[in-house]
Ligand binder design. Structure first.
Ligand SMILES: [Zn+2]
Length: 211
């Protein structure tokens, strides 16, 4: 364990005061790792001490994350199955659209043949040809839109997979790897932690509620 790589405390820099949003700073190293307290309170006297002993917070956060490896993955899998269904639906629409677009030249030939053999008038021919043209254009637009939707869906699956993988890495390697690596793995999962009255909330990456 080297101090040159920064604080040996793996949550260092991630904890924010649940009352005011300021960073929590570490104090009282003389007492078994010390505690986090509101940095705003320490420097200005505003807010409140809002302390949390590091020896309690660290294992509690880790246990929360380790539990998430089971629970969240189950949740993620359900979510992924739903999106795979949706993805298959879009794929079907894409192949249908491609087929429709591919058939258009053949349709145009038929219409021309009808006109050539005198079975439709020139006006009808122009109308049908215009309709085919419109079909080709709207087909291309729909196709581009479906492809974009599919790409977006695949992108979100990738994000979740990365997240799940990071969680698995955390659990598998946490006990053996060095502090610096633990911090890096943690930072890939945890955006920040808010703490209030000796309770905490972990805000993870990849699971932004707006997405
Ligand atoms: Zn505060």
């Amino acid at each position: 364990m080297s101090r040159a790589i920064g604080s040996p405390h793996i949550l260092g820099g991630h904890v924010r005061c649940g009352y005011c949003g300021y960073s929590m700073t570490r104090r009282g190293t003389w007492f078994r790792g010390g505690y986090y307290g509101c940095g705003n309170n320490q420097s200005t006297g505003n807010c409140r001490p809002n302390t949390y002993a590091i020896r309690h917070l660290e294992p509690a956060v880790l246990e929360y994350l380790f539990r998430m490896v089971e629970d969240k993955c189950a949740f993620e899998n359900v979510q992924r199955n739903l999106e795979e269904d949706k993805g298959r639906g879009i794929e079907q629409e894409i192949s249908q659209l491609e087929k429709t677009i591919a058939d258009i030249p053949q349709g145009a030939e038929k219409v021309f043949a009808l006109y050539e053999t005198g079975r439709i008038t020139q006006d009808e021919f122009s109308e049908r040809r215009a309709a085919l043209h419109e079909m080709a254009e709207s087909g291309q637009r729909a196709l581009a839109q479906r492809k974009k939707e599919l790409e977006k869906l695949r992108g979100s699956e990738l994000g979740r997979e990365t997240f799940a993988e990071a969680l698995r890495t955390l659990k598998d390697r946490f006990k053996t790897c060095a502090i610096a690596e633990q911090k890096a793995v943690l930072a890939s999962i945890v955006d920040h932690i808010t703490s209030k009255d000796k309770t905490f909330k972990v805000h993870v990456r990849y699971l932004a509620p707006t997405e």
